[in-house]
Write a protein that binds this ligand. Sequence first.
Ligand code: CA
Length: 297
Amino acid sequence: DGDKLFRVLSALQLLLLLPLVGLQKMGPEFANLDASWLVLQFLLEPYLNIVLQIQPPAQPGWDHTEEKIENGYYRIRPRADREPFLVYCDMSDGGGWTVIQRRSNGKENFNRKWADYKQGFGQFQSKNDEYWLGKGIILSAQLLTKENSLKIDLMDWHGERRYAIYENFQIKNELWVGTYSGNAGDALFGGSNFEEQWSASHSGMPFSTSDKDHDRFLAGNCAQENKCGWWFNRCHAANLNGQYYKTGNYTGRHDNGVVWSTWHGFWYSLKYTAMKIRLPSFVDVGMNVVSNIRTQK
Ligand SMILES: [Ca+2]
């Protein structure tokens, strides 16, 4: 049946990848192994594509959380004709999540201009490093299909966690998100109130930075007020790139914190945020998967 076929092909895929995983695990210094990695991947690509296309999403009886697959930084390459890039892969919730944005300590400056947001910025080494994937998003976006999901993980300063999932996540010239589920509230659509939605929904909005104002706020510049780049409307109901206030609650001229308004309102800045997407072609997986698949009867 389909499930069996998937497992067999997955095992095959992993065996093919086994020599590569070693390279990937060598840390930042593996950058100089890119060439060999690319050659190997080029050789294996026909096989990988076949397998990757049938890789299903999380399903009952295929519980990745029990398999102790490793979270970590991996070099991924969604398109054969582009350079691979380094991202954090989160193996929770079925695995295969690529983290495109993370806030966790306020160390990284998110008050940056268009070029930086396009290129991406931040640290890509330890588990909680803050970054904006930027270029990676653009590369991935070209591959994004309607099956893609966006998951947003949030944590406040009391350690309470909430999440929001959006189906049909796409970034074209604008951000597009589909059906919401979760317990953080649907802030990307601007909240529950129609008036708020009209002025604060982020779906359908192009990206703005202080030096490129594409927002709907005619008299001003949302990115300047909020000191970051985001898919601003007039201006926002959620802004995960905002100023990092270590106090949670904050005051000021603008509600420019790390905001998810449907949970803690506009004047509370969150402690932790992560935006993650499931790519259609997730290439690298941890070594543990191999042994787990082998032991499954
Ligand atoms: Ca404006």
